[in-house]
Design a protein around this ligand. Sequence first.
Ligand code: ADP
Length: 473
Amino acid sequence: MPSQQFSPLVLLYFFYGLAFVCLGLSIAVKDMSESKLQLADSLPSLAVFGFSHGLHEWLVCYTLLMGREFISLPLHYLRFLTMVISFLFLNHFGICLLRSQPRIRWQWLRVLIPFLLLLLGMYLWLTQAHLGLEALRRAGMLARLSIGVLGGILASFALFRHSRLISSLNRQVADNLRRAAICFALYAVVAGIVPSHFIFPFLGVPVEVLRGAAAVGIAYFMVRGLNIFNIETRKKFERQFRQLAQTEKLSALGKLAAGIAHEINNPLTNVSLNVEMLKQELRDAPSSADTEKRISIIERNIVRASTIARELLDFARQREANLQPTDLSTLIHSTLTLLGTRCHEYRIKSELPDLPPVMADHCKIEEVLLNVLLNAMEASEPGGSIELRSRAQGPEVLIEVIDHGHGIVAEDLDRVMEPFFTTKEVGEGTGLGLSISHSIMEMHGGRIELTHTAGGGATVSLVFPAAQGAQHD
Ligand code: ADP
């Protein structure tokens, strides 16, 4: 029988629960299957927290409406259980998100949370002789104080840390995640530490008002933060579109380049034959030092012109790649060997853990690595450091070549993959290295990206799809 009057507190609990259910729903309907963000892996736990905690608050709302003594004991148990389950999932969300952060020791949480649960279980077991409403109320308080507060603080801390990573993608989303983190911290205090129905002395409002405000804040800012997945999809489409445009441009240029290279090669062969004959004739007749110098200049320029012609032909050649399972670390080592003594002029550090194999054409990937490493060396001062890092990243394998050289100005960043784009002195660069590398990476179903190195310099990332059936993280 309902014994209570309909009070504003009932309404408060209803909306408070609704905020959490909305949080769960908005995560549940979001398509994150293609996302590479670590947030996507942890959000399902937050959705379960939203649903179970929302249900818990609605059960509280129902209890208030009907009167505590008119509610059956199993329903009180259900209320307690939904609360404990929700806190566990909140903790899981925090741990998952922290796991993705570098330099965070989160392993101790694996021990702490079962320990807190054990304490709670022991309390329930010790009081089971008179297990009733009072024991449940105390167990509830204990759960709030332990895993509830811990969950709120973990979620808050993890979101704060994660917002730093997100800010490089989008500042607004990062701000929203930070605000959600503040609301989580507030919620941990007002829902975990301050007892229910407590009236704040100066504000004159019950703690439930602050809990409701924190809940609405969490839901609102998290839902706005979910926008990151739309931004990620949009950026992916933009990149694919750019790649498509680049591919079309490259294939048209490839045909043109092949024609030019062919046309240049014929007269070049002719010139070099004639220079040879001239040298032969001059060997028999006396000649001035000036003439010999001129001939050697002609020879040097013939070599240079034929190098350009060969690079043009390489660029134009659309051979099928001979893909075989490849260990990229071995390929990196063999490329460094190819570079020989040039490597000794720089401090080359490599961090190459065991990687899942990728399907690759050895010669072509070696060519890409050579291009990228030579660019890094040319951009660095002698003795400068160049780092080679690799890691498995979901279904992909990533190689990073990080230099701390002169870097590249922001306006040029979008143009570096364009054929013939070079910032090097005339005669120093052809501007074909990165566009050839781009085509090769595309043949492998991968991609190449050039970004700024934090603190100066450039970072080139080569991303490969891991071979089918290969193990990854
Ligand atoms: P090239 O080396 O012949 O100029 P690439 O296609 O290899 O042709 O490179 C195009 C341009 O990209 C370079 O001229 C340079 O401006 C820029 N670039 C490539 N790698 C780096 C790097 N590691 N640091 C700074 N700029 C780079």
